[in-house]
Design a protein around this ligand. Structure first.
Ligand code: HEC
Length: 164
């Protein structure tokens, strides 16, 4: 009987030790996730947006939507913080309407962006990616920007003059 008590005490002690070990603190992997997410953001961006906002076009005539670098510039002017930028891009892509458009010239040229069933979570990743990274720029973009949009926003007027 005495032996048995001793044994059960040992068993109990062992059990307590095991329980104590059973709950290791989970290490947070936030940093790793962030790195992976920028890759994911890029992939989502390419898959969902490049069909129209494709930087790998030959010329301005070949693209069917403004290059995303132009969108980024326009949206950054309006929305200074990342939070506001992401919110605006997500809101736009969730439900694009001509009235809401900041890029009226693009709406005239390309017609308003067609509404598509994007996932909000995907759009948030895409918008963060666009905000955080140097995105791809079409080879013709610099020349086009100089010609069309000139200095001090007079580009469109210059273009009209040139047309005659
Ligand atoms: C089917 C073609 C198409 C796809 C796909 C597309 N866009 Fe667009 N997008 C357009 C066109 C055309 C415009 C220019 C006219 C306009 O502003 O509505 C535009 C304009 C925009 C603008 C500027 C809107 C404004 O204020 O005028 C944003 C922001 C934008 N797109 C984000 C996105 C994002 C993000 C994706 C991917 C999730 C995407 N677009 C996918 C065609 C597309």
């Amino acid at each position: 009987m005495k032996e048995f008590k001793k044994l059960s005490f040992i068993a109990l002690a062992l059990g307590l030790v095991l329980i104590g070990c059973d709950n290791p603190k989970q290490k947070k992997t936030a940093n790793k996730q962030q790195t992976a997410q920028s890759g994911e953001g890029y992939e989502l961006f390419k898959t969902n947006c490049y069909a129209c906002h494709n930087p790998n076009t030959e010329s301005h005539d070949a693209i069917i939507a403004p290059p995303m670098i132009a969108v980024k510039k326009r949206y950054s002017m309006q929305h200074q913080t990342k939070e506001a930028f992401v919110k605006a891009v997500v809101a736009w892509a969730s439900n694009p309407t001509a009235e809401k458009a900041l890029m009226k010239g693009a709406v005239t040229r390309f017609k308003v962006m067609p509404k598509q069933a994007f996932k909000t979570a995907d759009l948030e990743k895409i918008a963060s990616y666009i905000y955080d990274n140097n995105i791809e720029v079409p080879s013709w973009f610099a020349a086009h920007e100089k010609q069309m949009h000139g200095k001090g926003g007079k580009g469109m007027m210059q273009m009209n003059h040139n047309k005659k």
